[in-house]
Structure formats: C-alpha cells, structure tokens
Design a protein around this ligand. Structure first.
Ligand SMILES: NC(=O)c1ccc[n+]([C@@H]2O[C@H](COP(=O)([O-])OP(=O)(O)OC[C@H]3O[C@@H](n4cnc5c(N)ncnc54)[C@H](O)[C@@H]3O)[C@@H](O)[C@H]2O)c1
Length: 264
C-alpha cells in the first residue's frame, strides 16, 4: 500500500530534476497515472521509456493558458480525475545582478523569469482548480530557499520565488475548504536547472557551475548538497489527504538548514 494509492497527479517540468523525482516517487506510492508537462519530444520519450503508461506526457509552455488547460484536460481524460497539481517548472537567473544588465535586458528577463516561475504557477492553478475542487485534492508548488532568503540567485529569481509564498497563501485562502495549497522549498540541488533565453543562459546548467556541489555543501548547516529525490517525500506527504489533511498554506523547507546558517 502506498500513500498515494489511486491518486492522479499533474506535474509541470517533470521530465528532469526535482519534478522527475516527484513523478517517480508518486508512481512508486501508488498513483494510477501522472500527467507531465514537458518541453520537447526527447523529454517525453525519456519519461515514456521509464514509466510506460503510468505517465501521459504533454508538450507545452507553462506561460501559455491554453497549454495549461490542455494538460489538465488530457490528464483527466486519460486517468479520470485529478487529485494533485505539482507546479514545478522553473528557470534560474545565474545570479544576474541588476546593475550589470542594460535596462531593456532587465525588462525582458523579468518577463521571462516571472513568466515561468510565477505566471506558470498561476495559470496551472487556474486550469486545475475545478477538477481539484471536485476531487478534494491539493496543489503543491516548488519554491526555493530563495523564497525566504537573499543570496541564492539574483534579484529577479529571488523576487519570483518570494512571489510564490504570497501565491501559495492567497490560493490556500481562496480554495479552502475544498483544496489545500502548499509548497516545498528546496535548497541547492544537483539538477540541470537552466537560465533564461533573455540572458543567453538557456544552454547553461546550474549544477555544471564549477565547484557548485562543494560550495553549496560548505554553506549548508547539514553539510551536503541534495539530490532531487531528497525532496520527493515532502511532496508525497503534502499530496496525501490521509497524512496531511490539516495542512494548507504551509511551505516545507528542504534546504539543509538555511534558516540556521551561521553569521559570517
Ligand atoms: N536545483 C536547485 O538547486 C533548486 C533549488 C531551489 C529550487 N529549485 C526549483 O526547483 C524547480 C525545478 O527545477 P530543477 O532544479 O529540478 O531543474 P530542471 O531544469 O531539471 O527542472 C525544471 C523543468 O522546468 C521545465 N521548464 C522550464 N521552462 C519551462 C516552460 N516555459 N514551460 C514548461 N516547462 C518548462 C524544464 O524543461 C525542466 O524540465 C524550479 O522551480 C526551481 O526554481 C531548484
């Protein structure tokens, strides 16, 4: 018996990194099916090869209202209902400093980063809400240590993740009592997290930064760098009605203890 026996979920950005670890764990915990919004045929194939007919891959851009709606509709058409939305697709800004960018670049990269990290969550929530109200389900959004603290990115990324805190609280308020809305806030994790096209960083990957793993481990009180699967259990807990029915508007910090970093 798994914690999510018979559940149906939809995960955005679930072809890699933290999202993929969530898809894997949800299936291991008994989900009958998981819809996964992906960006490319290659990502879709990788998921199908690993999870077969337990996954339904849906090509889309989280910034598109129509793509979000289509992903929800296709997941419900295939698996019969929706219990859990995991909003997770994101881009990072590679510590881009405000004053180092020309002002037009600031405007462009703001639109891209907030488009994916904030608008993407808002649109997914809107698209999934009617089905989640019907099932008494929940939403879970991937935030970050950058949702609470400075230093994990530049101002655009950090502001976009702080915005996620407000979104979770307000959606929890708006969707109660039928739908619980929560978040998971990972810290530095070994994933291929990319940068924005507007900053020319779409081909760069967070964990390819030289020294990334040691640097994160060195500044983390628990002294290690997380792997994507280290966060997945929090999503299972928050998705499970049996195990977290009294929890809404909560954000589980899964960051190795940023709160208790020693002052330098
Ligand atoms: N890796 C870390 O250190 C870290 C730390 C804290 C928070 N996070 C957050 O975790 C989440 C997942 O990132 P990850 O680290 O697993 O990296 P990742 O790159 O493996 O996952 C992000 C996914 O989002 C998808 N995506 C990006 N733009 C999209 C768009 N416009 N439409 C649809 N899909 C899109 C990508 O294809 C990718 O599969 C993000 O929200 C990120 O901000 C990551």
């Amino acid at each position: 018996m798994g914690w999510l026996d018979g559940y149906v979920a939809l995960v955005t950005g679930g072809a890699s990194g933290i999202g993929r670890a969530v898809v894997k764990r949800f299936i291991a915990e008994g989900c009958t099916g998981v819809g996964v919004m992906v960006r490319s045929a290659e990502q879709a194939q990788g998921l199908q090869d690993e999870f077969g007919d337990k996954v339904l891959t849906l090509m889309g851009d989280v910034r598109s209202p129509a793509d979000n709606q289509a992903a929800v509709e296709a997941t419900v058409a295939r698996f019969g209902k929706l219990d859990t939305l995991v909003g997770n697709a994101g881009v990072w800004d590679f510590f881009a400093k405000l004053e180092k960018m020309p002002i037009e670049k600031v405007a462009e990269s703001f639109d891209e980063i907030f488009g994916v990290n904030v608008k993407g969550y808002v649109l997914a929530a809107h698209a999934a809400a009617p089905n989640l109200r019907a099932s008494g389900g929940s939403m879970i959004f991937t935030l970050s240590n950058s949702a609470f603290y400075a230093g994990g990115g530049g101002p655009l990324y950090v502001a976009s993740k702080h915005a996620g805190v407000g979104l979770i609280k307000q959606l929890a308020y708006e969707f109660a009592p039928e739908v619980r809305v929560n978040g998971v806030a990972p810290g530095g994790t070994v994933t291929p997290l990319r940068g924005p096209v507007s900053l020319g960083k779409q081909g760069k990957s967070l964990s390819a930064i030289p020294g990334f793993e040691e640097n994160v481990a060195n500044v983390t009180p628990l002294r290690f760098i997380a792997q994507p699967e280290d966060h997945a259990g929090h999503y299972v807990l928050l998705a499970s009605k049996e195990n977290s029915c009294a929890t809404t508007a909560a954000i589980i910090q899964s960051d190795g203890g940023w709160e208790i970093r020693p002052l330098r």
